[in-house]
Ligand binder design. Structure first.
Ligand code: ASP
Length: 333
């Protein structure tokens, strides 16, 4: 009885403490697509939950120490870039020619400053290169060899392109090429219905009320070399604005670019006064769906509210706040 009373009192004290403090929160995704129970073994499921939890904890630890949302999203994304489970950094998909071309972007909700890299081949952590573009250059988006050279000159870790290789992604490329080559033209269409995307993203709110968003990807399997998706495009794959919302996207990038998905969601919040859940649902289940695009987003509101809608079977995702922590995979959890 005494112990129960004690823990009730302790619980109440923690609750009061959490309520006293300004909200901090982080949400992440590890890609949306044909992710079904039939496609994942229990061991794979466990591995995804564990890695998502590790990424959430890395980002949350930054926020909990009073660090910035910009640092938190990078910390979370680096964990996933280092994991072959996701299509970002190690484990990135192959383009048609059997190489890896990586895209990443980051946005600071406080200043509306942003940085991105597209088609880098040797940067170990593309998200750090995006951050450097934002902080140390007058540009927003650097691409190809110029972006690789910039990252190197900034002292970031570089690797041989084969560092990103994995057997699973190679098999996916071989399968995709077989199907696509029947059209007789490289990367004329993508493998419909077999999108194992795996792009990673994070949005966060820090104790100072600053929002940030970031996204990192290898793009889409068998893409034509030089193809750039939505992930490094500010407004499509990533957007953050204090007092409004922060968004990271994943899905069929061409649709996300055409619909300016991340910025559209925030515009609905800013101009129409909608909450993030309504705004994100309208865009993902409305405009994206109508155009035939597939994918999802993670969205954080100015108050730390979180929504994670998608129109695919599943999306690797999770969030952590002062009071709650969750990782999820399927549409029907
Ligand atoms: N949006 C990414 C792209 O089109 C792919 C993904 O999210 O999986 O490059």
């Amino acid at each position: 009885m005494k112990t129960l009373l004690c823990s009730l009192l302790l619980g109440a004290a923690f609750g009061a403490q959490a309520a006293d403090k300004p909200p901090i929160a982080i949400a992440i995704h590890g890609g949306a697509g044909t992710i079904t129970r039939a496609n994942l073994s229990p061991d794979q499921e466990k591995a995804y939950h564990a890695k998502l939890t590790q990424a959430l904890n890395a980002g949350y630890a930054v926020l909990d120490k009073g660090g910035s949302s910009l640092d938190a999203v990078q910390a979370a994304i680096m964990v996933m870039e280092d994991s072959p489970l996701f299509n970002a950094g190690k484990g990135a998909v192959y383009n048609w020619d059997g190489e890896h071309e990586l895209d990443a972007s980051i946005m600071d909700g406080k200043t509306l400053n942003a940085g991105a890299v597209a088609g880098v081949k040797t940067v170990k952590h593309p998200i750090l290169a995006a951050y450097k573009v934002m902080m140390d250059s007058p540009h927003v988006l650097l691409s190809g060899a110029g972006a690789d050279a910039f990252a190197k000159s900034e002292g970031l870790d570089t690797v041989n392109n084969h560092y990103f290789d994995t057997e699973a992604r190679k098999r996916a490329l071989d399968k995709a090429k077989k199907a696509i080559s029947q059209t007789g033209y490289q990367a004329r269409n993508y493998l419909a219905g077999d999108y194992k995307y795996g792009t990673v993203g994070a949005v966060a709110l820090d104790a100072n009320g600053n929002l940030a968003a970031a996204t990192s990807t290898g793009g889409m399997t068998a893409k034509r070399y030089g193809r750039i998706g939505d992930s490094p495009i500010i407004g499509a794959g990533t957007y953050a604005e204090n007092g409004v919302c922060a968004v990271s996207s994943t899905g069929h990038g061409e649709y996300f670019i055409r619909l300016n998905i991340a910025a559209d969601i925030c515009a609905r919040v800013r101009y129409q006064g909608k909450d993030v859940t309504t705004a994100a649902n309208e865009v993902i289940h409305g405009r994206l769906q109508t155009l035939g695009g597939t994918g999802g987003v993670i969205v954080m509101g100015a108050d730390g509210s979180i929504t994670q809608p998608f129109n695919t079977e599943g999306m690797y995702r999770g969030y952590k706040t002062r009071t709650e922590e969750k990782t999820l995979i399927y549409g029907n959890p």
